[in-house]
Ligand binder design. Structure first.
Ligand SMILES: [Zn+2]
Length: 123
């Protein structure tokens, strides 16, 4: 919203995972292949190129969560976090209050990280 301002990351990357073959079909995979992949991963497929990350905007004086998709080293897509993605991530990430826009001071964001989050990594 303010392209003249840099945004600062104020959270770890919380990588997304898929739990339904239909989510792979939406990403362009055939239904048969998607079923095989989900079975191979015991129905929980971690994604290495999609995550949720919270960024601080100095102009807005607020932090906002975004859904990041990495296509290669230089190219990313930044999307608003959809309801489906929040529900998908809810077993991993707990966000207190309104998950789409959480506001807190930059100082506290830096001091404590993002309130209500716990770290999670796929092994
Ligand atoms: Zn802004």
């Amino acid at each position: 919203m303010h392209p003249e301002h840099k945004i600062l990351s104020v959270s770890p990357k919380h990588y997304l995972y898929l739990t339904e073959a239909g989510q792979l079909v939406l990403r362009g995979m055939s239904r048969k292949k998607a079923d095989e992949v989900m079975a191979a991963y015991k129905q929980v497929l971690p994604l290495s190129n999609e995550w949720l990350e919270c960024f601080w905007c100095e102009a807005c004086n607020s932090a906002t969560w975004w859904h990041i998709q990495r296509h290669d080293k230089l190219e990313f897509t930044i999307l608003p976090v959809s309801r489906e993605i929040w529900e998908n991530a809810s077993g991993v990430i707990r966000v207190e209050g309104n998950p789409t826009v959480s506001q807190f001071s930059r100082r506290s964001a830096r001091a404590t990280g993002v309130t209500g989050m716990r770290q999670y990594r796929f092994i």
